[in-house]
Design a protein around this ligand. Sequence first.
Ligand code: ADP
Ligand code: MG
Length: 238
Amino acid sequence: MGRITLENVQKRFGEVEVIPPLNLTIEDGEFVVFVGPSGCGKSTLLRLIAGLEDVSGGEIRIDGRPATDLPPAKRGLAMVFQSYALYPHMSVRKNIAFPLKMAGMDQAEQDRRIAKAAEALNLTDYLDRRPGQLSGGQRQRVAIGRAIVREPAAFLFDEPLSNLDAALRVGMRMEISELHTTLATTMIYVTHDQVEAMTMADKIVVLRAGNIEQVGTPLDLYREPRNVFVAGFIGSPK
Ligand code: ADP
Ligand code: MG
């Protein structure tokens, strides 16, 4: 499960309306990319869904249940942070286990989930290493592993590859896409990179100043951009 609906969701910081009321449905299992220039509200929108920010108005539903007032830990979603959010003094195993330990899960179930995540991410041979002994790509996979073990209804990524070099970024893009195929779980992925959006998304949400300019498949947006902003941003010939 992982259907997320936003109904008239809005966000103000003081007097400034960063997200005017917007409506959006994310279907179960979809790979949705929020794309738009820096400062357009991508992170804010993701953080509203995650519960890391409170909405100023509107309703968020996850699998039909009202989630607007739930704290992040009760929403069943997992935010993937950049790899530098790992604990440097803990082994890979302990980094991945951390959210499960916090939740008080029994050891056998923790071990089962860690083994499964490590296999999906090709980290089985690295579980006893520390983050400092891993490559950038492996560290990013550990950060994803920490999300996978929680078996969330959806994964939320906020520019997870922006601190990796260009070559690594291309590889990780493919890995995340493969992971989406393997897990068949909803993923919401924030980026300002059009190429990432066009190559990874089932559905792209183009944002400008907190407004949704267009929602569609990469092909829809390329062929039928609704306006000059979308065309320019997506790199459409129109
Ligand atoms: P993006 O992720 O697309 O770059 P953000 O969601 O981070 O954009 O920011 C959208 C706008 O909201 C920006 O103008 C930013 O300055 C503002 N903003 C974000 N967080 C806060 C905050 N905690 N307080 C005040 N303004 C904020
Ligand atoms: Mg951002």
